[in-house]
Design a protein around this ligand. Structure first.
Ligand SMILES: CC(=O)SCCNC(=O)CCNC(=O)[C@H](O)C(C)(C)COP(=O)(O)OP(=O)(O)OC[C@H]1O[C@@H](n2cnc3c(N)ncnc32)[C@H](O)[C@@H]1OP(=O)(O)O
Ligand SMILES: O=C([O-])CC(=O)C(=O)O
Length: 395
């Protein structure tokens, strides 16, 4: 195999089909099961989009009511999950906290029937466990933020929809409808994006016939990195570093001179802008007006203008989401866990799709290590000396 045949990072490689979503960089569009994400964000509750991703169709009224009832019944933070979270240091990264909590659920989940040991991945069991994770995650994320702030757990409210209840459990007060709407839109925009790194991770794990929760745990690990979901958190650090719009030019000149990656910009698939950004920017603008924080929009616009005009690289969804979550009152460390709470719907839709039409995912590699050599030439002492002699940075 020659080097030119290798697609580093699988860039541009089509590895399978999917009916869950379609990302089209040419038309700058994103369809969930055929519906433009902008239309879904403008009209649907997150619950209906979760249903759409899992079932392929938007729910009827009674189907939506049934999903809502199932979700509400599993909203409360389970005692064993809380106990596991409480064992973690307060300084633990919230992504590690959520990953651990999901693992605990997986080790004790009987949703969809069967014993704890039975993770057979039948369609009924996978769907029930998907709904369970989606229902359980808001309490986990909300409790994590409250725990770090030294606040008590807030139990869920049965009379609130998913987004309003999520904000209630996080802040202990009912959010303004404008805020609930912006948050609901962000949940919908984050829900699904074809074969991104975390979804692909989930599909690789599923392809070995491992269980649904293991695939979600692996996906969380992939999402944590700043080149993927961790970027929404990194965007806020950049905003904090810059401070205000008038500092953008000197800050950016230094960052570019240092060859820093500017988080929240660039995308593997979209090269002319992310289809979700205009919708999330509109939600951010609503929040800026609601909280009367024009300086946030000024900084956002100034950095976007300077970076795009210098580099021709456009914002991705994490760019408007970071400041939007900050305005709502989430701690920066909570931003990527919010992404998990949303993306678990897309991940599990892909896990079910992979299960239904499985082939072990196992690509090839081109070897570029030492030529074949033989053990009779191996001298242990000489090898040990060679390791000791290595420069510290190589050791
Ligand atoms: C929801 C999401 O997960 S969206 C992605 C969130 N991630 C980020 O915002 C992190 C910042 N962005 C990036 O690191 C990249 O744009 C990625 C990883 C998202 C996509 O990267 P790739 O498709 O692999 O492109 P790659 O990283 O090779 O970039 C191509 C060129 O643009 C540059 N570039 C791309 N994004 C950025 C950026 N944010 N800041 C500075 N330069 C950038 C690269 O340095 C590279 O330049 P070079 O050709 O001179 O080396
Ligand atoms: O598609 C990607 O590579 C990353 C992304 O935007 C997402 O997962 O939402």
């Amino acid at each position: 195999m020659t080097e030119t045949e290798i697609k580093k990072g699988l860039a541009g490689v089509v590895v399978d089909t999917t009916a869950v979503s379609k990302v089209n960089p040419e038309t700058n569009s994103l369809l969930y099961r055929g519906y433009p994400v902008q239309e879904l964000a403008a009209t649907q509750p997150f619950e209906a989009v979760a249903y759409l991703l899992w079932h392929g169709e938007l729910p009827t009224d009674s189907q939506l009511a049934a999903l809502r009832a199932e979700e509400r019944a599993q909203r409360a933070l389970a005692d064993n999950v809380r106990a596991a979270i409480d064992l973690l240091p307060l300084e633990a990264h919230p992504m590690d906290e959520v990953r651990t909590a999901v693992s605990v659920i997986g080790a004790s989940d009987t949703a969809g029937g069967g014993s704890v040991l039975d993770a057979s991945g039948s369609p009924e069991q996978n769907l029930a466990r998907s709904v369970h994770l989606y229902a359980a995650l808001p309490a986990i994320v909300a409790y994590g933020q409250r725990r770090r702030r030294g606040q008590e757990l807030v139990p869920p409210r049965d009379d609130l929809d998913y987004a309003a209840n999520f904000l209630w459990m996080t802040f202990g007060e009912e959010a303004d409808p404008v805020v609930v709407d912006a948050f609901n839109r962000s949940m919908i925009l984050y829900a699904e994006h074809s074969f991104n790194a975390s979804t692909f991770t989930a599909r690789v794990i599923t392809s070995t016939l491992s269980d649904l929760t293991s695939a979600v745990v692996g996906a969380i690990g992939a999402l944590k990195g700043p080149l993927h979901g961790g970027a929404n958190e990194a965007v806020m650090h950049i905003f904090d570093e810059i401070g205000s719009a008038e500092n953008v030019v000197p800050w950016l000149e230094t960052a570019l001179a240092e060859k820093r990656k500017i988080m929240g910009f660039g995308h593997r698939v979209y090269k002319h802008g992310d289809s979700r950004v205009p919708t999330m920017k509109a939600a951010l603008d609503t929040l800026v007006a609601h909280y009367d924080r024009p300086e946030v929009a000024a900084l956002y616009d100034a950095l976007e203008h300077e970076f795009v005009s210098r580099k021709g690289i456009y914002p991705n969804l994490d760019y408007p989401s970071g400041p939007a979550y900050n305005l709502i009152g989430f701690d920066t460390l909570t931003f990527t866990p919010l992404f998990i709470a949303s993306r678990v719907t897309g991940w599990t839709a892909h896990i079910m799709e992979q299960t239904a039409s499985n082939a072990l995912i196992r690509p090839l590699s081109a070897y570029n290590g030492p030529d074949e050599r033989h053990i009779d030439g191996y001298v242990p002492d000489a090898t040990a000396q060679a390791i000791t002699d290595r420069a510290p940075e190589q050791a």
